[in-house]
Design a protein around this ligand. Sequence first.
Ligand code: HEM
Length: 542
Amino acid sequence: MAMLNRFSVACWKNAPSGLLTEQLLLVSRALHKSAASEALEISATGEEAMPARLIEPAVVREASKIKSLKEMPGPSTLSNLIEFFWRDGFGRIHEIQEEHTKKYGKIFKSRFGPQLVVSIADRELVAEVLRAEGAAPQRANMESWHEYRDMRGRSTGLISAEGEKWLNMRSVLRQLIMRPRDVAVFSDDVNEVVDDLIRRIYSLRAQQSDELTVFNVNDLFFKYAMEGVAAILYECRLGCLENNVPKETQDYISALHLMFSSFKTTMYAGAIPKWLRPIIPKPWEEFCLSWDGLFRFSMIHVDKRFKEIKAQVERGEKVKGGLLTHMLTTMELSVEEIYANVTEMLLAGVDTTSFTLSWACYLLAQHPHIQEQIYTEVTQTLGPGTVPTAEDVPCLPLIRGLVKETLSRLFPVLPGNGRITQDDLVVGGYFIPKGTQLALCHYATSLDEENFPSPLEFQPDRWVRKDTSDRVDNFGSIPFGYGIRSCIGRRIAELEMHLALTRLIQKFYIGMSPLTTDVKAKTHGLLCPAAPINLQFIEREN
Ligand code: HEM
């Protein structure tokens, strides 16, 4: 069994899905040697290259021990249905992940109607699956997204595209925003948005009788994240943090809320068969309505920038700008692809960042002594009142540790990720046929004692490297995913979070409002606060 564990992921091309031992003997020659122990090769773009595959004949002896999916443990279809539809399991997906891992082990199967999902909650197996990926990995079935785009004549963007089309777009976009230095140039733009965030905090505090409290900080951080991503993507300001939010921005926020607040509805939009739509029309209608709103907004801003560029060219002026300007002047992507990509990036970049900021501030308020340590680091490193830039962030390990401890461990905003296997695989000793939906259980692995000692404790300093050999990163926690299909907005999100948190900690002591009790997490697509987080922002004397 030890050998099977070592060689627990096998991958081969064009093999039939059957499970005959002879076939296994043949195909297992293609197994590569202990993918988990291969060193990561980080390419110049910051994306991880796949390790070379080696043939390991010893595995052939083990092939006959490979088990089928039938032998894999997991909850029954009935208990799953009860859990999700009767006991509101959609809001507790993260807890169910942990419960099922404890009950069935670190690899188990579940059935949702006709859909079989294999869940993996073991960091080595997650690593092996992701390291064995092909050139264009597939995350999940995006049929409903494709259907909407086909119906409206719209393109897919990075989230929804597959295969060759995805590969082409990814190779263009990764050159623009994947490396920390690509986004460092946006420090000043992001800092302007942080200025507005701080002004907004003063304004909100002033409206309360204690003149300290901001109610439901996620509302504030949602607007900050949206303004920040848009400043980079659209190269313009939206006015989200103003007292009077402009109408078109307000319409966009409503479309975004519709997409997420009706998370179950939009999930059902994909799950409900087309023939049932005349009987249950609402989910599909709301799904289309929110996409219409999201696309409309992006198109307004892309078209506006396009006109500005055109006018500049006509006047013979040099065209300067950021991401959108680059896309519009090089035209490596078609206009429809640009619309789709900025739409999908804005969708991906707002709630993820705002929930993480809300949780980070909540944890700071809950742990005043840790907040003081981070404050000391910030003031000693930057000196009083200095506005930090991306270049300062590597010198602020506790700020980075704060984000990692929040996002990578206690509140992974995406509690799970998915992959559809593109080849037949052997994972953890089980044969998994091509086309199977895998669920990578980040929430369970982030809180696994084997991966992180004292997993329930908030310890930002666990991420601080004591020396260069001390790598804390591991596959127990990959909040931005991994490899060629990982989050393309990671560096933008990190810049927004690092700069905002540093400046908030510089300026305020963040305390818990007496009106906030213990806030639990719930899954609503993302891992979000189940109740409003109300915090006090007490000005520091600098
Ligand atoms: C805290 C903030 C964020 C978190 C935790 C996060 C997390 C993730 C994760 C886990 C994935 C899937 C990766 C995989 O399958 O391996 C993803 C994909 C993606 N994210 Fe993010 N994200 C964040 C912010 C952003 C931002 C700010 C943007 C855009 C500006 C963005 C754009 C995208 C896009 C376009 C994809 C799809 C990439 C592809 O399929 O090629 N994300 N993100």
